[in-house]
Design a binder for this molecule. Structure first.
Ligand code: NAD
Length: 427
């Protein structure tokens, strides 16, 4: 069992204590509904033929068609894809999206391929799994090392096979091919709505709230900038090479602009012109995680807060933008320390929520403005956050457990609607 799945299963066990899920529903959730392994032959630029392994897993579709990203990475295995599909099942249920959980992947180092090879591989993957997916069956999206361009190829290939334009089979597409406005910033925007809904409960005002962000990529840099613009004091940011800290708060837009221009990581350390913008100290990634701040946002990798460093964490609130940044062993330590953790399946669900909006727009043929996307996202994120917070308060349980309880109740209802042991045995 991957560490991802074993952590998710442990958390599930804790949540099960607070639900009245039928034994049938629990039994149904123990295994993936369908797993497909495929071999994808690709003609390489030098004329040789290479065969890649690909996977698509639909974990559960009791609440709707499967939904989940496609990952290109050398470490992709069927086990990992199944774990991620399991996770997506809960994320979609937390946000009440009419989807089940799915995930896909190809075992490949995409950086070693030319653009044409990458296109042939992406189209080959769709050729191999076309009978397993569809806008009412299983919908794809970007994940690690796949992007809008790859999604566009995939949608195009599926449409060629079906001989009809089928934008709803893939989300995260380029805007010109039926993508949604706001999809690129959706994860960070969703996280902002969760943070803004929760901070007043802790009597926190933006200008008095210090924040550290681990990771300065898609999710991390965007949330840092959104928070900065909303008046929060973002005092530290980091990337894979290290971190910078300024007690007075960093000038995030200029750090981001410099990093975008140079694509060089040292820009984050202000070795170029950004140096002059804000006085700062260089610190390590370990030090960033252990800073005495109000809010910590892990937005880089999994397993960053473990038994080894949980005792040193001083932030009062943690919002997980990354998937799985805290291990289940660390959860217990943070809880004892009175630190509130807002879990990934809620905090970073803005991405899949706007993916849902993209699917809705594709099916209606009527496209939304950016304002409509963000307003609807805000309503959904705030509604579910408040609901999870109430469950946590009523049952006196950690917010993470409350999120699982919330998702399990919805999954249980859908699974039980088809009949339970009680239904069939009672008269
Ligand atoms: P990304 O590749 O754009 O950025 C990752 C960032 O983390 C980079 O800045 C990298 O330098 C940094 N990093 C790597 N190792 C680090 C380390 N040891 N310490 C500090 N920083 C380090 O990825 P992303 O899309 O921003 O995703 C980040 C996390 O958010 C992942 O866990 C991902 O699964 C999750 N997530 C992202 C989205 C999304 O829409 N982008 C949606 C849901 C979840």
């Amino acid at each position: 069992m991957s560490s991802l799945l074993s952590d998710a299963s442990q958390r599930l066990q804790q949540a099960l204590k607070y639900t009245s899920l039928s034994e049938d529903a629990i039994e149904s959730l123990k295994s993936a509904k369908a797993s497909l392994s495929v071999s994808i032959p690709v003609r390489m630029d030098d004329g040789s033929l290479k065969v890649f392994q690909g996977y698509r897993v639909r974990y559960d579709d009791s609440r709707g068609a499967g939904k989940g990203g496609v990952r290109y990475h050398p470490n992709v295995t069927l086990d990992e894809v199944q774990s991620l599909a399991f996770w997506m099942t809960f994320k979609c249920a937390v946000l009440n999206l009419p989807f089940g959980g799915a995930k896909g992947g190809i075992t490949v180092n995409p950086k070693a391929l030319s653009r044409l090879e990458l296109e042939r591989l992406s189209r080959g993957y769709i050729d191999a799994i076309a009978d397993f997916i569809g806008p009412d069956v299983d919908i794809l999206a970007p994940d690690v090392y796949t992007n809008a361009m790859v999604m566009g190829w995939m949608m195009d290939q599926y449409s060629i096979i079906r001989r009809q334009n089928t934008p709803g089979v893939v989300t995260g597409k380029p805007i010109a091919m039926g993508g949604s406005l706001g999809r690129d910033t959706a994860t960070a925007m969703g996280a902002l709505f969760v943070i803004e809904a929760m901070l007043p409960k802790f009597d926190r005002k933006p200008q008095d709230t210090t924040i550290a962000v681990q990771g300065f990529g898609n999710a991390g840099a965007t949330i840092a900038e959104l928070l900065h613009r909303a008046g929060y004091k973002v005092v530290a940011v980091s990337d894979s090479k290290g971190a910078i800290y300024s007690e007075a708060g960093l000038d995030i837009p200029s750090i981001r602009q410099h990093k975008n221009e140079t694509r060089a990581l040292q820009a984050v350390y202000c070795e170029g012109s950004v140096c002059t913008v804000t006085e700062h100290d260089r610190i390590t990634n370990k030090e960033l995680l252990e800073l005495d701040v109000d809010v910590l946002l892990p937005a880089a990798l999994e397993n960053q807060i473990t038994e080894a460093n949980a005792n040193n964490i001083k932030a009062k609130l943690i919002f997980e933008l990354a998937n799985g940044p805290i291990t289940s062993a660390a959860d217990a330590i943070l809880e004892q320390k009175g630190i509130y953790v807002f879990p990934d399946i809620l905090v970073n669900a803005g991405g899949v929520t706007v993916s849902y909006f993209e699917w809705v727009q594709n099916r209606n043929g009527l496209y939304w403005t950016l304002g409509e996307v963000n307003q609807t996202l805000q309503r959904k994120m705030v509604e579910e956050t408040e609901c999870i917070w109430s469950i946590a308060q009523e049952l006196s349980i950690p917010v993470r457990t409350a999120a699982y309880v919330h998702a399990l109740q919805r999954l249980g209802e859908a699974l039980d609607a088809k009949g339970t042991r009680n239904y069939y045995t009672s008269r």
